[in-house]
Design a protein around this ligand. Structure first.
Ligand SMILES: [Fe+2]
Length: 175
């Protein structure tokens, strides 16, 4: 595309409107929240904090918090997962590596794993991008349940209503 106008000043902001169909950005001031109500319980000693629930592309960005000896049950990922450990330490029963504070993890499609936080870790928090679906399975891969962006949204609605934030509170995270 030819440059019709010239402006050498790097501080000149973009001058045109954004595409009219573009969605609104999400800005979360305290991603690790001070308000305990923003942690949505999902199992014993396991919570998630929604940041972006992409119903249009079928993925979710969230903080996973697991306390002392908590377990995220065995599940299979048909799509990739990205994780960045913000606090604490955890491992999968199926791998010999340990994810530690400051570490990044890529989980390829086809992974089946069980996330465990050891006894000596008070709390772990990891930022995960989860794509598509998580299929909860028995040790031989038989599917017993699933989670996707829609079940996550439902859990948030129910929890936010229960804690008094109102079920609509989740809307700010949905795109
Ligand atoms: Fe996983």
């Amino acid at each position: 595309m030819p440059l019709e106008r010239q402006d050498a000043n790097p501080m000149t902001p973009y001058q045109l409107p954004f595409p009219k169909d573009a969605q609104e950005e999400i800005v979360v001031a305290r991603a690790i929240p001070d308000d305990e109500r923003l942690w949505v319980p999902q199992a014993e000693n396991v919570w998630f904090r929604p940041l972006c629930l992409s119903r249009s592309q079928g993925y979710w960005m969230n903080l996973l918090r697991v306390r002392k000896a908590g377990v995220l049950s065995r599940h299979r990922h048909p799509q990739a997962v990205h994780g960045f450990v913000l606090k604490g330490r955890w491992h999968y029963l199926e791998h010999d590596w340990v994810a530690e504070e400051g570490g990044y993890v890529y989980e390829p499609p086809g992974e089946t794993h069980t996330l465990v936080v050891p006894e000596d870790v008070e709390e772990m928090i990891t930022f995960f991008q989860v794509n598509g679906v998580m299929c909860y399975v028995d040790p031989w891969g038989k599917v017993q349940g699933y989670e996707d962006v829609f079940t996550k949204i439902d859990l948030c609605r129910q929890h936010f209503a229960e804690v008094g934030l109102g079920e609509d509170y989740v809307e700010r995270f949905i795109r």
